[in-house]
Design a protein around this ligand. Structure first.
Ligand code: ADP
Ligand code: ZN
Length: 221
């Protein structure tokens, strides 16, 4: 089963993807995480990608698309994947269709998360992530704090704030790109009949974990 997580920054894509990955036994592929790992390890790809990431801009397709193509070739991806952060443009979606079609696969489900904009900015500013690359658990110091401040519940590593989450300007820049370049994907996938839109908000107390549970139930019947 191939699933795409769609939705603006801070709507909980990573949270939903992480739970689905565990429950469905297919890997979560987060392009942002792969980029950040490369930045940290100062690989050639990381150095190049960081020029764009630090400004909240999209990394060019010449870098992003082959990176995803290579990841999809890995053995653990053969029974399906949960894509988190890709595709982000119509051009990337078309490339993805080609990559999957070449193997006789397709996108089965696109989960589109929506959250009120004021809540999104607040959530991103209060988001903290585990510094352990193998763990990557996400917390929120208000909504979902760790048991011990600054320490990951799962692995005991230090929690940090992502560089691009520190400035409200960089956050607004990413949201503007989402509106302009990524949101057209909603119609793209709706037209194919694979779109499932879910509102995630503290106001309605419907959060990522609830969405994940509902999706798993609908898949497993
Ligand atoms: P966010 O969704 O909060 O922007 P991500 O972790 O998904 O965070 O991505 C972090 C950064 O990595 C993005 O701002 C962008 O620079 C880069 N990136 C991630 N995925 C893509 C993609 N599909 N295409 C281009 N750039 C990407
Ligand atoms: Zn951790």
């Amino acid at each position: 089963m191939n699933i795409i997580m769609l939705g603006a920054q801070g709507t909980g894509k990573g949270t939903v993807a992480g739970i689905l990955s565990e429950k469905l036994g297919i890997p979560q592929i987060s392009t942002g995480d792969i980029f950040r790992k490369n930045v940290k390890e100062e690989t050639e790809l990381g150095i190049e990608a960081n020029k764009y990431m630090k400004n909240g801009a999209l990394v060019p397709d010449e870098i992003t698309v082959p990176m995803v193509a290579n990841r999809l070739e890995e053995d653990d991806a053969k029974n399906g994947v949960i894509l988190d952060g890709f595709p982000r443009t119509i051009a990337q979606a078309e490339k993805l269709d080609e990559m999957l079609a070449a193997k006789g696969n397709k996108i089965d489900l696109v989960i589109n998360l929506t959250t009120p904009r004021d809540e999104i900015i607040e959530r991103i500013l209060t988001r903290r992530v585990c510094s352990n690359q193998a763990c990557k658990a996400t917390y929120n110091i208000v909504m979902n704090p760790p048991k011990v401040e600054g320490i990951c519940d799962k692995c005991g590593s230090e929690l940090v704030q992502r560089e691009d989450d520190k400035s409200e300007d960089a956050i607004r820049q990413r949201l503007a790109i989402y509106d302009e370049q990524t949101s057209p994907l909603v119609n793209y996938y709706e037209a194919r009949g694979v779109l499932r839109t879910e509102e995630v908000s503290t106001k309605t107390n419907h959060l990522g974990a609830d969405v994940a549970k509902e999706v798993v139930e609908s898949i497993k019947g």
